[in-house]
Design a protein around this ligand. Sequence first.
Ligand SMILES: C[S@@+](CC[C@H](N)C(=O)[O-])C[C@H]1O[C@@H](n2cnc3c(N)ncnc32)[C@H](O)[C@@H]1O
Length: 268
Amino acid sequence: MASTATKRSGAEWAHGTYEAMAPVYDDFTAHHEYDLWIPDLLKLLERHGLRGKRLLDVGCGTGKSFLEMLPRGWEVTACDISPAMIERARAKVGDRVEFAVADMLDLPRFGKFDLVWALDDAVNYLLSPAELAQALAGMHANLAPTGLLLFDVNELLAYRTFFSGTEVIERGGRRLVWRGLEQADVAPGSICESRLEVLSEGGDRKGEAPTLTHRQRHFTEDEVREALAKAGLECLDVYGHGLDGIPRRPLDTETHTKAIYIAGPAAG
Ligand SMILES: C[S@@+](CC[C@H](N)C(=O)[O-])C[C@H]1O[C@@H](n2cnc3c(N)ncnc32)[C@H](O)[C@@H]1O
């Protein structure tokens, strides 16, 4: 799919995609079990001395990635490039969370956070290792000296399966048809595309959301480690998981659809 590439940055692509997807995002991801995933991620962070309760959620979407943190007493600042996604998140929590529309490629300094995270492949919308390093540097600038950074990236297996197949979800009176445009032999570092069609339950075009394109880049472990180092961060741990969402070490690119990276400010 890289042959259709334009000069648009990942941020421009993501903005267009998520402005259109906001009305159906929660239906499309209703089966994602954040009530199980988030406690598992917190356990990994605790092994690295997680302390304090200030969270910056980068690419927060409709809020799924921070909702589990509020009952745990965390103070949350959340940002996303899509105002429509933020509005949906705000409707869930009002002023209990501080929101900002922000591009992770140009992240403001919101403060010094004990934890900065970007969940559910938000960083795969960055389309080059240089963009990844730039975003990570912005996240680093928002970390307290003892703070931790966590993000997940889609592994090659996700592009060889989910981005290469068709899935249909019927929910909320709509039929959501995900059509992966890739092949089962996607190469490492590829830019991959998928289309999402929003139809009525009967299969007619709904009109409220057009067919929208997801455009993501696969990042190899070497590329992620190099981007972390360029951003002044030390990679502390790497886990992987499959569709069961249970993090395991070591990352196994044959069976894991996601990798999870934990990092902190590099010493010196
Ligand atoms: C798959 S959604 C995940 C949302 C949320 N983190 C969650 O776990 O439900 C990816 C999110 O990343 C956001 N995003 C992608 N590129 C971005 C960028 N350059 N800056 C800020 N947000 C971005 C999208 O708008 C979208 O809301």
